[in-house]
Write a protein that binds this ligand. Structure first.
Ligand code: GDP
Ligand code: MG
Ligand code: K
Length: 300
């Protein structure tokens, strides 16, 4: 937008909340694109990803934060905590996502972190599609409103896309007057290579459920357009031989399924035919070592 446009707004919006409340689902549905990986497992969001949504004069730059969790010694967890906290510096609005079903001590922990902030906090009470008794929702919202001063309280369903418009409008009202930082058609600051690796990681976490901890990383070794086809080779790094067997599956069945599903997502995102090759390799102790995290681009 032109700098002299008085309606032009732009700013940063942090989406925060304990694991599994639906932060990544919310971001994906606001953008209308799968950007952030989701699953029933906590801690599937490992990196900080910007999601950019431009609607006329308003550009909101969303930061999906990894779930905040109690301190743990592993380097990966330390990295994730740091990423979650640094996302709160310099934002214009915070969207605090909670699950309508339960308020937990982890929610309290997030609330505590927010107490230091001066910017407006919008409370998004998610998963209202699961509300069984409508009469109970209002008193529940009332109780939530006493936990701190919220700029707005919006009950919504990220999954069913109920009430997302009021949320986006509220966010827009709190963004400062500014020119747009990104072109209006851009939806993320991340590279296509990065998005490709996240798509593979999502399929792995979805397929393996609790069988595998989150000590899986994906490195893109090749990302090359040849004619009308995009050739992608990805290396899946695990910590133990047993984990490698699990990912490959019986006669390679599971790895094949991971590859097929990831390819469908990639073709949708990149708008081209994709040839995807996957490899699994054991790299011991990568989630414990700061150096290994650095080599995968996960450090500050
Ligand atoms: P995050 O850890 O906060 O990023 O949570 P995710 O976005 O990964 O979602 C965790 C789980 O909650 C997934 O299984 C989602 O499908 C589910 N979920 C998210 N939003 C909703 C919602 O509005 N309604 C219902 N029923 N489930 C949801
Ligand atoms: Mg997430
Ligand atoms: K999750």
């Amino acid at each position: 937008t032109r700098p002299e446009d008085p309606d032009s707004r732009c700013g940063f919006v942090a989406i925060v909340g304990r694991p599994n409340v639906g932060k990544s689902t919310l971001l994906n549905h606001i953008l209308g694109q799968k950007l952030s990986i989701t699953s029933r497992k906590p801690q599937t969001t490992r990196h900080q990803v910007l999601g950019i949504k431009t609607d006329g004069p308003v550009q909101a730059i969303y930061v999906d934060t990894p779930g905040m969790h109690e301190d743990e010694p592993r380097a990966l967890n330390r990295y994730m905590n740091k990423a979650a906290s640094s996302a709160l510096i310099d934002v214009d609005v915070v969207v605090f996502v909670v699950d309508q079903l339960a308020w937990t001590t982890a929610d309290n922990m997030v609330l505590e972190k927010l107490s230091r902030l001066k910017c407006p906090v919008i409370l998004a009470v998610n998963k209202v599609d699961k509300v069984e008794n409508r009469d109970k929702l209002l008193p529940h919202l009332e109780a939530l409103s006493k936990k701190r001063e919220f700029a707005e309280i919006i009950p919504l369903s990220a999954l069913k896309e109920t009430n997302l418009q009021p949320l986006e409008e509220a966010v827009g009202r709190f963004l400062p007057q500014s020119v747009h930082f990104y072109p209006d058609d851009q939806i993320t600051d991340r590279s296509e290579r990065f998005m490709a690796s996240e798509m593979v990681r999502e399929k792995i976490t979805r397929q393996l459920g609790a069988e595998l901890p989150y000590s899986v990383a994906v490195e893109i070794e090749e990302f090359k357009h040849e004619g009308k086809t995009l050739h992608i080779s990805a290396l899946i790094l695990v910590e133990r031989e047993g984990q490698k067997k699990i990912i490959i599956g019986d006669k390679g069945e599971r790895l094949r399924r991971i590859g097929q599903e990831a390819r469908v997502d990639m073709e949708r995102m990149f708008g081209t035919k994709v040839m995807l090759r996957l490899w699994v390799k054991v790299k011991r102790g990568w989630a414990d070592s700061d150096r290994a995290l650095k080599s995968l681009g996960m450090s500050d």
